[in-house]
Write a protein of this length. Structure first.
Length: 410
C-alpha cells in the first residue's frame, strides 16, 4: 500500500514520542511504501544520518514547519508547543492534500503526538484514516489529589481542562467520527472516543515498544542477584502523578528486612520524596540516584528484583516493558496504560480507590514478592513472554499491518 503517516514527533535513537514515531514508520515501511510528514527543526539531521547508515528504500520524509515563530516554539510540552502542534495539524492537511493528488494514498495513519484531545485534519481527506494509538483520557482519581502540592493540583486542573476542551472541539469529534479505526491503550480513552462518535475503537496492548537490540541487552539481566537485599525500584521523572510517594509509603509500611528501595530519575518532586523517606524513618533504605544514563539505568534494572510503578495516569510507559524484558515483576496501580501492559501472572495491579488503601495493598504485594523468590521468577518469566508476544516493535508492526488491511477493506 501507499501510506501517508503523520508523525509530528519522530526521531531515531530517542525515547518517548520520538521513538514511537520513528519505530512505527520504520515498521510500516517494511511492507508498504510510506511517506512521513514531520518537522525538520529537531529531527531531520538525525533521521537523515540514520538513513545514510541503514537505508530504508520504502521510507520517504516530507519536512515542513510553520512559517512563523522560528525557534520560539521549541519549548517542550508547554502551552506554546501545544498551540504549534494544533496549527501544524492544519498545515499538514494542505501538504497532504497536495501529496495525495500526486501519489494517491491508500491509507493515512496519524502516529504522534498520541493525545486524543487534538484533532488530525488528515481525517478530512477521502482516504481510510487510522488514528493512534491515542491516550489522554486517563486522570488521577479524585481521592489522590489530597497528596498533591498546590502546583500539582494546578497542573491536574489544567490537564483536565485541556481534556474537556478537546472533548468539545468539533474537529476532534470529526476526527473520531471519520476514523476507520481509532486505537487506544486504556479503558478511559476508549470511553472518551466512543462518546465522541468513533465507530471502530480498538484497544491494543500499548503505544511504546522495545527493539531487538534493547531486548537482547535486557534479557542478559534476567538472572537476578541472590546474595543482596531484595531491591524494589521506581524509575522515571519525579513528577507527582507518577505516584512514587505511594511506593515509598508502601515500602515503609511493609517493613521488609534486608530490603532497599531505589528511586532513579529526577524532577520537581525529588525534595518532597526525600523528605517523605526521612519522615517515615526509612531514609537509610531509600536511595535516590537522580537522572543517570540509559545504559546505567538498564544495569540498575538488572540489580533489582521488583519494579514499583504506581502511576496515576500513565499512557504507555516504556519502563514497565523494560522491567518485564529483564525478568522483573511489576507492581502498578490498576489505572491507565500499565493496567493493560501488566497481566496478573506478570505482576500485581493494585486497585486505586483511596491513597491509604492503595498504599496498604502495594505494601502487601511487596511483602509477598520479597518473601517468595519462586514467585518473582515465575512472574519475571511471564513478563518476558508478554514482551516477546506484544511489545517488540516487530510485533507491533505486524499488528498494525492487520489493522491497515481491515481499515481499507471497510
Amino acid at each position: 500500500m501507499k501510506i501517508l503517516m503523520s508523525a509530528y514527533s519522530c526521531e531515531p535513537n530517542k525515547g518517548s514520542e520520538p521513538s514511537v514515531g520513528w519505530n512505527v514508520v520504520r515498521e510500516a515501511a517494511k511492507n508498504h511504501e510510506v511517506w512521513v510528514l514531520t518537522r525538520p527543526d529537531e529531527s531531520r539531521e538525525a533521521i537523515e544520518a540514520e538513513l545514510a547508515r541503514n537505508p530504508i528504500p520504502n521510507l520517504h520524509f516530507v519536512y515542513f514547519t510553520l512559517p512563523i515563530g522560528g525557534g520560539a516554539w521549541r519549548l517542550g510540552q508547554s502551552g506554546a508547543m501545544q498551540i504549534h502542534y494544533y496549527l501544524w495539524q492544519v498545515q499538514a492537511y494542505f501538504v497532504a492534500k497536495r501529496l495525495h493528488r500526486e501519489i494517491g494514498f491508500d491509507l493515512i495513519h496519524h502516529v504522534t503526538f498520541g493525545s486524543f484531545w487534538c484533532p488530525s485534519f488528515l481525517s478530512l481527506l477521502p482516504v481510510p484514516f487510522v488514528w493512534g494509538p491515542v491516550g489522554g483520557g486517563e486522570s488521577a482519581p479524585a481521592p489522590f489529589w489530597q497528596d498533591f502540592s498546590p502546583r500539582a493540583k494546578l497542573y491536574e486542573t489544567l490537564r483536565s481542562t485541556a481534556c474537556w476542551v478537546g472533548g468539545n472541539d468539533p474537529f476532534v469529534r470529526l476526527t473520531a467520527q471519520r476514523s476507520a479505526t481509532a486505537l487506544v491503550v486504556s479503558s478511559d480513552t476508549y470511553a472518551r472516543l466512543s462518546s465522541l462518535g468513533a465507530t471502530q475503537v480498538d484497544k491494543i496492548p500499548g503505544q511504546t515498544g522495545i527493539n531487538e537490540q534493547e531486548l537482547a541487552e535486557l534479557e542478559k539481566l534476567i538472572h537476578k542477584p541472590t546474595d543482596t537485599p531484595v531491591r524494589f525500584a521506581s524509575i522515571g521523572r519525579l513528577l507527582h502523578w507518577k505516584g512514587f510517594h505511594l511506593g515509598i509509603r508502601a515500602f515503609a509500611e511493609a517493613k521488609i528486612d534486608n530490603s532497599e528501595y531505589w528511586v532513579i530519575g529526577n524532577g520537581p518532586e525529588r525534595d518532597r520524596l526525600e523528605n517523605l523517606a526521612k519522615e517515615l524513618g526509612i531514609a537509610e533504605k531509600v536511595q535516590f540516584f537522580g537522572a543517570i544514563p540509559r545504559t546505567e539505568t538498564l544495569k540498575a534494572i538488572g540489580q533489582c528484583h521488583v519494579l514499583v510503578h504506581p502511576s496515576l495516569h500513565d499512557f504507555s510507559p516504556t519502563v514497565c516493558l523494560e522491567a518485564m524484558a529483564a525478568g522483573c515483576p511489576v507492581i502498578c496501580l490498576n489505572l491507565g496504560g500499565p493496567s493493560v501492559q501488566i497481566t496478573d501472572d506478570a505482576g500485581f495491579r493494585i486497585a486505586a480507590e483511596h491513597p491509604d488503601q492503595a498504599v496498604s495493598d502495594l505494601a502487601k504485594a511487596m511483602i509477598r514478592l520479597a518473601g517468595d523468590p519462586e514467585l518473582r521468577v515465575s512472574m519475571g518469566q511471564a513478563g518476558n513472554k508478554l514482551v516477546h508476544k506484544y511489545h517488540t516493535w516487530q510485533a507491533k508492526g505486524e499488528l498494525l499491518g492487520q489493522i491497515y488491511q481491515e481499515a481499507i477493506s471497510k
